[in-house]
Ligand binder design. Structure first.
Ligand code: PLP
Length: 367
């Protein structure tokens, strides 16, 4: 069966489903012959990167002939100062996507079980499958990670548990009590990865970061990224906070120059610009409240979010609504890929973008 080349590929390759990315603005404009398209599909920061970061990157362009610092020394130093962990507690990757891959390459082999909630970020399963691991997907309960149900699925073979907190695509968090209970009951040889890509947006007092468990000596990896609130998705840079022992293991499989020079420069600058961070956070809350009000006015139910996107039930086929919104020049994400065929996921944008989205949605739902 299959061609000669196909038979040469590892069997794991055939278990992979391609990632479904948000449609790029240029692609939609080209395909539909329209302009002025807005993208509310990939949870990017609508304010863009910090202007201070842009200036620093411009300056760094002159050094493009040089290899980047393979150890990301200055960034890890900045992160160490920021968090109060030692420099060797940090992992830096070409996006947190790369860190997910490196973690999988370090820990997962054939027969190993990897647990996570469903729906959640698709890369957990993808990277586990690449390594021949077995994915154990545990359905969400009331749109939230069901930690007791995940505990029930732990076996001798369990290697990794991913907790996406806040969860993508639902925007929900696990409470402190639930997470404490989970960590208390979990065998110590199971590694927990807290994916906190949207950490900076959280306002709920009941939230607990994986960093707290790390401080208490637990074997956890906390993943954060510069792609979301820091507005650097195009440069690809994310980081992990963990024990020096785990960091050293993961670093063994890392390529020597995995993080490019501009990304390192930008990340150091981004950490220093607290004002841009605060502005981004406030804009998000304002946009969130506007969209909540508008969804209610349209009679739509949404999942209250702790992130910069909202999962909303539009009560009809999401693919059709997606196509109709595209024609209106608005790109969103459909819920069918997450198993919710009447939901869409929309990124909270700038006020004018949110207004355009709502006006378009209103027309589409009427029509
Ligand atoms: C966007 C996202 C990431 C990936 O971020 P990069 O750093 O751009 O690779 C990781 N996890 C979740 C849940 C995300 O939504």
């Amino acid at each position: 069966m299959g061609s000669i080349v196909e038979r040469k590929a590892r069997s794991e390759v055939f278990s992979l489903k391609p990632y479904v990315p948000g449609k790029p603005v240029e692609e939609v404009e080209r395909e539909l012959g329209i302009t002025g398209v807005i993208k509310l599909a990939s949870n990017e920061n609508p304010l863009g990167p910090s202007p201070m970061v842009v200036a620093r990157v411009q300056e760094a362009l002159k050094q493009l002939n040089m290899y980047p610092d393979g150890a990301c020394y200055y960034l890890r130093q900045a992160l160490a100062g920021h968090y109060g962990f030692s420099e060797d507690s940090f992992l830096v990757g070409n996006g947190s996507d790369e860190l997910l891959r490196l973690i999988s390459e370090t820990f997962v082999g054939p027969g190993d079980e990897v647990l996570y909630g469903m729906p959640s970020f698709s890369e957990y399963g993808f990277m586990a499958r690449v390594m021949g691991g077995t994915c154990v997907e545990v359905p969400l309960k009331d749109m939230r990670f069901d930690l007791p149900a995940i505990l029930d699925k732990i076996t001798e073979k369990t290697k990794l548990v991913y907790i996406c907190n806040p969860n993508n695509p639902t925007g929900t968090i696990t409470s402190r009590a639930e997470t404490d209970q989970f960590m208390k009951s979990l065998p110590d040889d199971v590694l927990v990865i807290f994916d906190e890509a949207y950490y900076e947006y959280v306002t709920d007092k009941d939230y607990v970061s994986g960093v707290e468990y790390l401080s208490r000596g637990r074997n956890v990896i906390v993943l954060r990224t510069f792609s979301k609130i820091y507005g650097l998705a195009g440069l690809r840079i994310g980081y992990g906070i963990t024990t020096p022992e785990i960091a050293a293991l993961v670093n063994r499989v890392r390529e020597p120059f995995n993080v490019n020079l501009l990304a390192q420069t930008a990340a150091i600058g981004a950490l220093a610009d607290r004002e841009h961070l605060q502005k981004s956070r406030e804009l998000n809350l304002q946009g969130r409240d506007f969209l909540y009000r508008e969804f209610s006015r349209l009679g739509l139910e949404y999942v209250p979010t702790e992130a910069n996107f909202i999962f909303v039930d539009i009560k009809r086929d999401c693919r059709q609504v997606f196509q109709a919104l595209l024609k209106e020049g608005v790109i969103i994400r459909t819920g069918d890929i997450f198993g919710y065929p009447t939901y869409i996921r929309v990124t909270i944008g700038k006020p004018e973008e949110n207004q355009r989205f709502i006006a378009a949605l209103d027309r589409v739902l009427q029509g």
